[in-house]
Design a protein around this ligand. Structure first.
Ligand SMILES: NC(=O)c1ccc[n+]([C@@H]2O[C@H](COP(=O)([O-])OP(=O)(O)OC[C@H]3O[C@@H](n4cnc5c(N)ncnc54)[C@H](OP(=O)(O)O)[C@@H]3O)[C@@H](O)[C@H]2O)c1
Length: 277
């Protein structure tokens, strides 16, 4: 697999190409902070941006897209429907609001943010409709475990193209990754850097020193060599550039195994089987 540019893509099961690498904007403030981060990322060569209705920064993300000077069709924009809108049966309205805030006429990927019990199958029907109408280029889910996917697939007409989950060296999700691979569902890592908590890990630091790279770069390279789409967040231009500078080296199989061995099924975020929001 060719993995030598920030703009390299994976092909989703419907043929749509999605960059392996993108910028996450969770907890990035609406206004100057989001505008600056997204513009810095696009300037650095990023083509994929991951936002959500929950993040309350879709307007600034949209403004940054417009001001970036990069053609819309070269960008890959993801947003997500929030849990409250699933509970209120207002997924369609939520989509319209996101689109309007982003100032776009389509999004590249629309995700169900969390598997809200008794609701996600119904929500999926709305996403399928949006997909059929051409208002989204791809649809997917987030925080779905294997049993959620099996349940969804029992009624789905269209299989999710992506499952975005918490995934990093301490939560490597090997079973879920295998399952998604078999189902042709592209796995995508949120909190790839463990929300910054993995950067002092001694094993990762040792590997990073060998390649003359930073810990963040080693983790992100581990993602893409494992065919995991990754979307690290930073609001600092130097880190946005640093994080993407992973296309000039390759981890050896031995180092990949060393990182695989760090898995301890440790979550920093909520458990998809037991969340209260
Ligand atoms: N679907 C979901 O439920 C879900 C949940 C959480 C996140 N997400 C998505 O996934 C994206 C990434 O996850 P995340 O933001 O939670 O965590 P993350 O990307 O693992 O980590 C972000 C943290 O690491 C710091 N950081 C980034 N690059 C660094 C570097 N090179 N050196 C040192 N520190 C660095 C950032 O600080 P600075 O900003 O100060 O640089 C920030 O505090 C989110 O932004 C969001 O788009 C999705």
């Amino acid at each position: 697999m060719k993995l030598n540019s920030l703009q390299d893509t994976t092909t989703l099961h419907n043929g749509v190409k999605m960059p392996w690498f993108g910028l996450g904007v969770y907890k990035v403030q609406e206004g100057e902070e989001s505008l600056h981060s997204v513009k810095a990322a696009i300037k650095a060569g990023y083509r994929s941006i991951d936002t959500a209705a929950l993040y309350q920064n879709e307007e600034s993300v949209g403004q940054a897209i417009k001001e970036s000077g990069v053609a819309r069709e070269e960008l890959f924009i993801t947003t997500k429907v929030w849990n409250e809108d699933q509970r209120n049966d207002s997924v369609l309205e939520a989509f319209e609001t996101s689109l309007q805030k982003l100032g776009l006429d389509y999004v590249d990927l629309y995700l169900i943010h969390w598997p809200v019990k008794e609701k996600y199958k119904q929500s999926w029907k709305v996403l399928e409709q949006l997909y059929k109408e051409g208002r989204v280029r791809a649809i997917g889910v987030s925080n779905f475990q294997i049993h959620h996917l099996e349940d969804l697939l029992s009624v789905a007409e269209i299989k999710p193209m992506v499952n975005q989950v918490e995934l990093h060296p301490l939560l490597a999700q090997p079973e879920l990754r295998d399952y998604c691979k078999k189902q042709e569902i592209q796995i995508e890592a949120w909190a790839p850097l463990g929300q910054g908590r993995l950067l002092e890990h001694p094993v990762l630091q040792e590997i990073a020193a060998q390649y003359n790279k930073t810990t963040a770069q080693v983790i992100l390279r581990w993602d893409i060599q494992n065919q995991i789409v990754t979307i690290p967040k930073s609001v600092k231009e130097a880190r946005i550039i640093e994080n993407a500078n992973i296309f000039d080296f390759s981890l050896t199989e031995g180092d990949i195994q060393k990182i695989n061995a760090l898995n301890e099924n440790k979550r920093f975020g909520a458990d998809p089987d037991n969340f209260n929001f």
